[in-house]
Structures are given as C-alpha cells and as structure tokens.
Design a binder for this molecule. Structure first.
Ligand code: ADP
Ligand code: ASP
Ligand code: MG
Length: 439
C-alpha cells in the first residue's frame, strides 16, 4: 500500500502544525511520499509565505532595498526550525535566493522558494529524502505542463526510493528557469506524484474535514460531503469551492486513484472521498453548492434572431477576437445572453460592443454588471424531480431575484445568476432547503 500525502499551507504554518503532520505521517507506514506547501496562515490576519515572497520580489525587482521583507520570511522558517528543535541551517539557501532576487530570477522562482524551503525543513524533520521538484516536474517552452516528460523523470528519480518529500507548486522549464502552477498548485503536484508512483490513495490534508456542502466562510458549519465524483467536484471547484485546485484531479483520474480530503487538525474525521463513480446515494438531493462573484451579462436582442443562420457564431466570434472566454450563453427566441468575467470584459468593453454592432446588428444591447453565479451540483438531481422548482421557491421565499438560469445538459448542475448583493442570502436559501430541511 502506497499513499501520497499532500499538506496545505495552514497544515505547515508553524512548528506546532509540523508536529501534527509528522504524527499523521508516522501513524501509517504507507504514507511514503509527502508533498508540502509553503507555510500558510497561522491565524486569519496572517500572511502566507507565498504572498510574502511575491511582495518581497516585487520590491527587489524595482531595485529597492528588500532586506526587511526578506528577513521576515527568514523568521517564519527559523521559528519553525527552532520550534522543532532541528539542527539544520538554511543560510546557504537564503543566500542563493537573495542572489536570485537581485539577478531577477522571476516571480515564479521567488514564489516557489516557499515550498522548496518548507520541503527541506519537513524532510529533515521526518528523516525522509528531499527531492527538488525542479528535478521531476517539467513544463514546456510555452508554459504548459509536460506530462510525458514529468512522468518519465519522476519514475526514474523515485525508482528504489522508499520515502521522500517533494515540494509542491513548481517545476522547471526547458531553459532551466523555475515555473509554478497557478495559486493552490501544490494540489496538482500531489496528484502527479500519486499517479507516478501508482499510489493506492492520494490524501490531501487541509484545515477542514473534507469538501463541505457549501463554503464555510458563508454558511455556518456546513455538513461535509462523504463521497463526491470527479465530475461533481470539477463543477464545484470551477465555481469557487477552492478546497482542491481544479486541475488536481486530472493526473489521478486517468489512472483511477481516489483522493481523500482530510483535516490535519481532526485526523480521525473521515473527510471526503473523491472517486470516478459510486453507487453510494448522496445524503441529500444536492451534493454541493458553490459560487463566484464578478460576472457581467451582455444581453443581445434582435427580432427574428432565431431565423438568422450563424447568429450565435457571429456573436461568439466577437468575444473570441477580443480573447474573452464566455462562461454561459442562455438564449431565448429573440434574445441571447453572454456571461463573461467582469475583469476580462471591462477593459475591452467598447471593442466588444462595436464588434457586436458590426457583426450582428442587434436591436438592443444591454449590459448588467456585478453578477454572481451559483452552481447547484448533484448526481442525484437527475433522478429527483422538481429540483429546479425547489431552488426557485426557496430563492423567491428569501426575496432573491433570479437573473439567469442555465441547466447543464448533463443534469449534474443548475447555474443561477443573482446580483452580488444577493449572493450570500441565495446560497443560504439553497443550503437550507436541501440540507437543513432535507427537501
Ligand atoms: P490548503 O492551504 O490546505 O491547500 P485551502 O485554503 O487551499 O487549503 O483550501 C481549504 C479552504 O477552502 C478551507 O479552509 C475553506 O475556507 C475553503 N473552502 C471553500 N469552499 C469550501 C467547501 N465547499 N468545502 C470546504 N472548504 C471550502
Ligand atoms: N503556496 C502556494 C499558494 O499559496 C501553492 C499552494 O499552497 O498550493 O498558492
Ligand atoms: Mg489549497
């Protein structure tokens, strides 16, 4: 039995947390490959080391004095090292990092040092071998992940190795510069390592007892999800349930390795199992709810739009030319709405409007901003009649105005658009009807 265990930032934020992590690893002989994040927040107003590194590098890149900021980062590690009573020095590493900052080695290099150093500390504490992710995680010239080369390099490097710590979040480009995944990317590293060593299980240890039905920062003490499918998880994580990086499922999914989300602060809790498919009936009609703010909807009206061949294509062409992704495109007979990220749309607004007028000569274009999207996700919705009806009744009852609905053709999700101001009340209303009232 082999398990790959990834520990998130809050699980490794202090010496006290490191001790919990070591207890977890030592509790099972199968926990042989460990992927750490950089030290995260120790308390809610704290700053993650990753963010400290970005800030420090930005100061350095401007040619300003960055000693103070750099020393604060050093302090975070030395507090951990001393708290654990370890006899190691990172001075040489800090000197090399400083030289990298002065030599403008890049923001990715800077950020990656958080995981690199934490990996070294954890390896020393566990007595495991340290393997630099730059030896085993590879990116292509264009910055995309090189799965084939990584798999070969990882298998070769890990061959014959019993136990190792491999830092998360970064890898190397063909020109030897360091590149990171997007934020939260240590989850991806864990998944890649799990696939490479053909692990039986990928345990992802964090600060909550699994994937919860809703965001705990919005809903008080939400119930955990015991089992969720990869598909459901993808819908939820794409829509803002950021427990696990949305790309972290691909490497393990291909080879059928389940993921278990566990709580470092409550290791006895079963957490959430993420699986390809399951015969287990979910406890509630819905598996989870998630949502994101920051969308704009562009409503296009034109009489007899339905009879105009290629209308949809011409509309989307305008967005494509302006390099704006569309999220959803609900349509009526003479109306079509395109929902896009506000941040992507705003700088190109006038180009898009001009393009639409040119391409499809609409009667009216109306723009609505500050929209939030909510995804209600569940494999059981397909076989439960009237789910949409119950959602709308709950929202109407809470005086939430629904601006848009879109049901995925898989019947796995229903997307609802509401104003940002009504985001939290809408989430609460949906949670209450399905989970609290079990309707
Ligand atoms: P780590 O540092 O361990 O990778 P993250 O901060 O990336 O942890 O992810 C865990 C956090 O995700 C939780 O502390 C919680 O605030 C947030 N979160 C958002 N939505 C959910 C959800 N549906 N279930 C659980 N946690 C959620
Ligand atoms: N430390 C990185 C971040 O804060 C990566 C991770 O935690 O997964 O985004
Ligand atoms: Mg994370």
């Amino acid at each position: 039995m082999v398990k790959v265990v990834k520990f998130g930032g809050s699980s490794l934020a202090s010496a006290e947390q490191f001790k919990k992590v070591a207890d977890i690893i030592h509790a099972e002989d199968s926990r042989r490959f460990v992927v750490p994040s950089a030290p995260g927040k120790r308390f809610s107003a704290d700053t993650k080391v990753t963010d400290m590194l970005y800030t420090c590098y930005d100061v350095a890149a401007k040619g300003k004095d960055f000693d103070d900021k750099f020393n604060e980062i050093k302090k975070r590690y030395y507090e951990i090292i001393e708290g654990l009573g370890l006899d190691i020095s990172l001075e040489k590493d800090f000197e090399a990092i400083k030289a990298g900052f002065i030599g403008k080695a890049g923001r990715d290099f800077a950020a990656s040092r958080g995981e690199f150093l934490n990996g070294k500390v954890l390896a020393a504490y566990l007595g495991y071998e340290f393997i630099d992710a730059a030896e085993v995680i590879h990116f292509n010239d264009n910055g995309t992940f090189d799965a084939a080369l990584t798999d070969t390099a990882m298998k070769e490097r890990l061959n014959g190795i019993e136990r190792a710590v491999i830092p998360g979040f970064y890898g190397v480009m063909p020109n030897d510069t360091i590149k990171t995944f997007s934020r939260g990317g240590s989850d991806i590293t864990g998944s890649i390592v799990a696939a490479a060593v053909s692990a039986d299980l990928y345990e992802n240890w964090t600060d909550v007892s699994g994937f919860l039905i809703a965001d705990p920062r919005i809903i008080d003490d939400p119930a955990p999800i015991r089992t969720i499918t990869y598909k459901e998880l993808r819908e939820l994580s794409y829509m803002g349930a950021t427990v696990l990086h949305e790309d972290a499922i691909f490497p393990v999914r291909k080879v059928g390795i389940p993921i278990n989300i566990k709580n470092t602060n409550a290791p006895e809790d079963p957490g959430t199992m993420i699986v390809e498919s399951t015969s287990q009936k979910p406890e509630f009609t819905i598996t989870g709810i998630a949502g994101k703010k920051g969308f704009t909807v562009i409503n296009i009206e034109k009489e007899l739009m339905n009879a105009e061949l290629g209308f949809g294509r011409k509309v989307l062409e305008v967005f494509e030319k302006n390099e704006i992704n569309f999220e959803h495109m609900p349509s009526g007979i003479d109306t079509m709405s395109v929902i896009v990220s506000q941040a992507e749309f705003e700088p190109k607004e006038q180009e898009v409007l001009a393009g639409l007028h040119r391409n499809v000569k609409p009667d009216v274009i109306d723009i609505e901003t500050d929209l939030a999207l909510i995804a209600v996700v569940g494999r059981a919705m397909k076989s439960n009649r009237g789910t949409a009806g119950r959602i709308f009744a709950a929202l109407a009852h809470s005086n939430v105005n629904v601006k848009m609905i879109d049901q995925g053709s898989s019947e796995l999700n229903i997307i609802i658009g509401v104003s940002e101001a009504e985001f939290a009340p809408a989430l609460k209303a949906i949670y209450d009807i399905f989970v609290t009232a079990k309707l």
